[in-house]
Write a protein that binds this ligand. Structure first.
Ligand SMILES: C[S@@+](CC[C@H](N)C(=O)[O-])C[C@H]1O[C@@H](n2cnc3c(N)ncnc32)[C@H](O)[C@@H]1O
Length: 249
């Protein structure tokens, strides 16, 4: 049997550090949205950081996740949560290509939209999600409008785990076509001695508010809310975070 190496699009080496460093205070925000429904799509579900708390409220979650390492972390967590076994399905696919036999009342994307790198991919991904929603189905997603084009190495957090100190550094470089190359360096120390390090490259797109609004209306979504943070403060121009809620026409 041929052992296929997963394609690394930005998470294969970082997956094991993901939950430690992603401390965005957005779980409650997505759970509050999701619990209005009996089932939901989580696109780019990652390690299940949000999908698991959603399933814990009784909602069925269908997770789309292309990264093998992220899915493996997710599945490892589920081994300790057998009562959620029937509540969560994990599907290996990108947003633009998944195909499910039924439609859902809602979908969420957390930290995923920025990985749709080109206008074509953004259209294909959001259009595919649209076609997996029921009429009047809702989508909620965040976009980091404040992505910096050029930034040399800066600290992006220090965490302690199992007697080790893990330092994360980040570097961003602008590439062609508004694509940003993001490099994360994880350095693991024990008793002040560096024992290992991992480097992870990924790419993110720089998009504008106007482009995203145009894209949604082209597909047939009506925007129902625009927020600038997970506490639901209305979005104002200049906010670095944009959270959109939209409805299928
Ligand atoms: C920043 S992580 C967020 C994970 C999770 N949603 C969370 O908030 O904890 C982005 C996730 O999107 C996934 N992703 C990247 N490109 C994608 C694509 N084209 N389609 C679907 N998921 C994608 C990545 O593999 C990764 O797991």
């Amino acid at each position: 049997m041929v052992n296929k190496m997963p394609i690394d699009k930005g998470y294969e080496k970082a997956a094991k550090y993901y939950d430690l460093f992603d401390d965005k205070q957005n779980i409650e925000f997505f759970v509050d949205f999701a619990k209005q429904y009996n089932s939901i799509l989580d696109i780019g579900a990652g390690t299940g950081r949000i999908a698991i708390p959603i399933a814990q409220t009784g909602v069925n979650v269908v997770c789309i996740e292309p990264s093998k390492a992220m899915r493996d972390m997710f599945k490892e967590k589920l081994e300790d949560l057998p009562h959620l076994k029937d509540k969560i399905i994990i599907i290996e696919a990108e947003a633009k290509e998944f195909h499910l036999p039924q439609c859902y009342p809602a979908a969420i994307l957390s930290g995923c939209f920025d990985h749709f790198l080109t206008p074509k991919e953004r259209y294909q991904a959001m259009n595919n999600i649209y076609h997996h929603l029921k009429t009047k189905g809702r989508i909620i997603f965040d976009v980091f409008l404040g992505l910096m084009k050029e930034k040399s190495w800066v600290s992006a957090g220090v965490k302690e785990k199992e007697g080790k100190t893990i330092k994360r550094l980040i570097k961003t470089e602008g590439m062609k076509n508004n694509i940003l190359q993001v490099t994360l360096l994880y350095q693991v120390y024990q008793n002040d001695i560096k024992i290992t390090e991992d480097i992870q490259h990924s790419q993110a797109a720089i998009t504008t508010f106007e482009e995203i609004i145009d894209l949604l209306s082209q597909i047939g979504f009506t925007i129902t809310n625009k927020w600038g943070n997970y506490q639901c403060t209305p979005f104002v121009e200049g906010d670095k975070l944009l959270i959109l809620e939209a409805e299928k026409d």
